[in-house]
Design a protein around this ligand. Structure first.
Ligand SMILES: Cc1cc2nc3c(=O)[nH]c(=O)nc-3n(C[C@H](O)[C@H](O)[C@H](O)COP(=O)(O)OP(=O)(O)OC[C@H]3O[C@@H](n4cnc5c(N)ncnc54)[C@H](O)[C@@H]3O)c2cc1C
Length: 430
């Protein structure tokens, strides 16, 4: 059966097993090549494998233990972040790090060591994992933490599912007064202003920040900067979903030069109207896209790529500006162009993507050779600036680019489960 990534990349696994209990999986199930997967929210091929077995964790979604005094949650790997937020925010606890969608599993968040809007404040997801249990193909179940099997723990956080089957995770949640954020939206007119706002936001110790910017053909450089701190307003009621959904995949991509310009201009005007301070629900603050189910369908049957780079601070402004120029000249713009800074913190995992610098994430419809040509030009800028790409978003970076960008790979190979394989690992590691 064909499986598809969030961006529409396909694979043909041998078969998929979906256990209801971890105890259904024994070492004999892990003989031969296998890959454990979460909710397939990765854009590229880290959660895909052709010709091998897939173990889906989506039915392993139980919370096992909860301590309301300390905020420590122990859960199975298939629990969705949305379930954690819905259950615990009303009790005064929230995930300290969350990506731009809540529809990912805890196992997937660990294996990609995901980041969110709070990197300066909280680092990555892996920094809040207290311990995890790992089932290996030799039949061993190992408890890993900073003090027990510490090297394997570091390899498994951000380990792209290649160190074994994460069967249980203990995470530390953060105490909050309620579900709201005091947010501020600031429109800006140039990249230089983005960098000034980022610096100011870090100095003023805001908890979270992110920026959208317009990289459609005409007005590249303008954007809007959003930052926020948890508000003191207590929980009132659960927020209803929007009920919006893209019901079918259209026969062609709805994202083209015209719609990009219209969208970017309209969005900029909306952001200008929203400028200033307001109190917003954490779901609107962290997960604006979760309000429209299946939004990735707008890209049509060929799907899309997300290109997410990080470049060191020293070259950030010139590299970002050069990338924007290349994108503008290509006429391929992006609907969702996101710019964020990562703080200078020790990475939680051997292969963690988040590192000190500026990260730029752009979505592009898959237009075959012309998209690949654009990406190769961007790769060159990123590589020259000493940066790299995010594996969880990638489906096409070269082996050389991966190996240069992730120097921990030699050390990592000592902790790999020899039977774990993905289309990503075949492409850039094996
Ligand atoms: C709209 C959107 C916004 C996003 N925003 C961000 C963002 O802001 N920051 C960010 O970092 N990422 C972001 N992402 C990417 C997403 O957070 C990651 O790809 C995440 O890992 C997906 O989790 P998943 O449960 O879907 O896992 P999958 O995509 O199914 O798997 C991801 C990896 O985890 C491994 N894995 C999963 N479960 C286990 C397990 N139990 N044991 C061992 N390995 C396992 C898989 O083998 C694979 O390598 C975004 C994705 C979307 C769609």
């Amino acid at each position: 059966m064909t499986t598809k990534s969030f961006g529409g990349i396909r694979a043909e696994p041998k078969f998929t097993q979906s256990p209801f209990w971890v105890s259904e999986i024994s070492s004999s199930d892990l003989q031969g090549s296998y890959l454990v997967t979460g909710n397939n929210r990765s854009y590229g091929d880290v959660a895909l494998v052709s010709g091998a077995k897939v173990i889906s964790t989506l039915s392993l979604n139980r919370m096992i233990d909860w301590n309301p005094q300390t905020g420590v949650l122990v859960c199975e790997p298939g629990v969705l972040l949305s379930d954690i937020q819905t259950t615990f925010v009303r009790q005064g606890w929230m995930l300290p790090v969350t990506p731009g969608t809540s529809l990912v599993t805890v196992g997937g968040a660990v294996a990609n060591d995901v980041h969110g809007k709070d990197h300066h404040f909280s680092g990555t997801f892996g920094e809040h994992v207290l311990s995890l249990e790992l089932l290996r193909s030799n039949g061993e179940t190992l408890t890993c933490s900073k003090t027990s099997n510490a090297e394997l723990f570091r390899a498994t956080i951000g380990g792209l599912g290649l160190t074994g089957f994460i069967t249980k995770i203990a995470i530390q949640l953060r105490s909050v007064k309620g579900p709201y954020f005091d947010a501020e939206v600031i429109p800006y007119g140039s990249l230089a202003e983005f960098f000034e706002l980022s610096e100011e936001t870090e100095t003023q110790n805001w908890q979270a920040s992110v920026s959208w910017f317009d990289c459609s053909t005409s007005k590249a450089g303008r954007g809007s900067f959003t930052r926020g701190n948890p508000s003191d307003t207590p929980f009132k009621s659960e927020k209803a979903g929007s009920g919006l959904s893209i019901p079918i995949t259209p026969p062609f991509s709805l994202v083209n030069r015209l719609s990009l310009n219209v969208f970017n201009t309209a969005y900029y005007q909306l952001q200008k109207m929203a400028a200033g301070k307001s109190e917003v629900h954490y779901r609107d603050f962290y997960y604006p896209l979760d309000g429209i189910a299946n939004w990735n369908r707008i890209y049509g049957p060929k799907g899309f790529y997300q290109y997410q780079s990080v470049v060191p601070m020293t070259h950030a402004e010139e590299a970002t500006s050069e990338m924007l120029n290349v994108i503008r000249r290509s006429g391929q713009g992006s609907f969702l162009a996101v710019l964020k800074t990562f703080a200078d913190r020790a990475p939680a995992g051997l292969l963690s993507f988040a590192r000190h610098g500026v990260t730029l994430a752009l979505d592009f419809p898959n237009r075959g050779a012309s998209t690949e040509k654009l990406f190769q030009s961007l790769d060159q800028i990123v590589a020259e600036a000493g940066g790299t790409l995010n594996p969880s978003k990638d489906a096409r970076m070269s082996r050389e680019m991966f190996q240069k960008g992730f120097p921990g790979i030699a050390e990592f190979s000592k902790y790999r489960d020899p039977n774990c394989v993905s289309d990503f690992s075949k492409r850039v590691i094996d």
